[in-house]
Design a binder for this molecule. Structure first.
Ligand code: UD1
Length: 343
């Protein structure tokens, strides 16, 4: 019995492969290497002692997906991470996002619906809530019109899964992530942003290491305690473990409905300035930053109500914001060292 992990060499995928292998699951990692590297497999092997099976496959190619399922007829569950995720790029090139993110999902479900029973875990995002009215955000908060094609692919993806699960023997868990950050404590795997990072924490660590001159803090006129926007930053290692728990829930038929939705967050909101301060503390250095105007499309605050995940999944976060920032910093320093030629 194998578990297919699409986007397995990406940021969250690679940490989930580690969590799965640690729990004794046999995994197949699929990735098209568009935003990842084969070296990630070596990092996973160094942590777990096992190199995952790997297939370099384009999931938006239907026949490639069909071949994959023919080759491995013992796939029992799928954790689907593979997707394009740059918000700005999705606005510039919407069809790329609809093609990539939706076709891959459809082709995977087409294969799974032919099986007598299938278990499917989908990477969704708190972006589906937009600016929620009430904090912390519960899973039944209304879905808002997506601000970007990327966000829309997450909403449509959730709808597609719900429609298919109504009529086919597919059980699914939709996991809505808040803001995943950090790296494995070993610094063997972490986030590898392509080009200039759009997300806060990689931008902070790249600034601290000297790759960027300074961090721009987007807005200090939000109605929050210090005026900067608030998010729920969750350690990627905690997030990865939630996938294993969700998978076990499906494999043991503990799910109460054939599609369940869980928020994955810490339940605690942190402002941009609080993240900077925490980073300065764990890295023991000052960060060069300046306040600039708001970034278009940004919301004021988002943090998770975690009770559903805590009680039904029996999962809760164990690591702090400081743990996450210190692991991200360790990872950034490791990347820097690996770039330098041996002297
Ligand atoms: C972003 C995406 C979201 C996606 C998530 C994945 C947008 C609008 N949203 O969320 O759809 O699911 O990443 O992790 O892009 N910030 C700065 N300076 C920077 C970068 C960020 O001040 O250079 C601020 C932002 O304004 C925000 C916070 O830091 O308040 C977090 O930003 P980011 O890491 O990009 O995440 P989100 O915008 O929450």
């Amino acid at each position: 019995m194998k578990i297919l992990v699409t986007g397995g060499l990406g940021f969250i995928g690679s940490h989930t492969l580690v969590a799965l292998q640690t729990e004794g699951f046999e995994v197949i990692a699929v990735d098209n290497l568009s935003n990842s590297s084969l070296e990630v497999l070596d990092g996973i092997e160094r942590i777990t002692g096992t190199k995952p099976l790997f297939e370099n496959i384009e999931l938006r190619n239907k026949s490639a997906v069909q071949k994959l399922f023919k080759k491995y007829d013992d796939i029992r569950g799928v954790i689907h991470f593979a997707a394009s995720k740059a918000v700005g790029e999705s606005v510039e090139n919407p069809l790329l996002y609809y093609e990539n993110n939706l076709n891959s999902l459809i082709y995977l479900l087409q294969e799974l619906q032919q099986k007598p029973a299938a278990h499917f875990i989908f990477s969704s995002s708190c972006t589906v809530y937009g600016q929620a009215e009430k904090m912390p955000i519960t899973e039944d908060a209304p879905i808002q019109v997506a601000l970007s094609p990327y966000g829309n692919t997450k909403q449509i993806g959730e709808e597609i899964i719900k429609d298919v699960a109504k009529v086919k023997n597919i059980n699914a868990i939709l996991l809505r992530y808040f803001n995943p950050i950090g790296a494995h404590e070993s610094a063997e795997i972490g986030e590898l942003p392509l080009g200039v990072p759009q997300n806060l924490v990689p931008f902070i660590t790249q600034t601290a290491i000297g790759l960027r001159e300074k961090l721009s803090v987007f807005g200090n006129d939000y109605p929050t305690t210090d005026g900067t926007a608030v998010r729920d930053y969750i350690h990627v290692v905690d997030l990865a473990k939630a996938h294993v728990v969700a998978l076990q829930r499906l494999l043991h038929h503990q799910n109460l409905e054939n599609v369940e939705i869980f928020n994955l967050g810490t339940g605690k909101g942190s402002s941009v300035l609080e993240v900077i301060q925490a980073f300065e503390k764990v890295s023991d250095q000052k960060l060069n930053y300046q306040i600039v105007g708001r970034r278009e499309g940004d919301i004021t605050e988002a943090y998770a109500h975690t009770e559903k995940a805590n009680t039904l999944l029996g999962w809760k976060t164990e690591l702090s914001l400081e743990d996450a920032l210190s692991s991200a910093w360790k990872w950034e320093k490791k990347l820097e060292i690996s770039k330098k030629p041996p002297s």
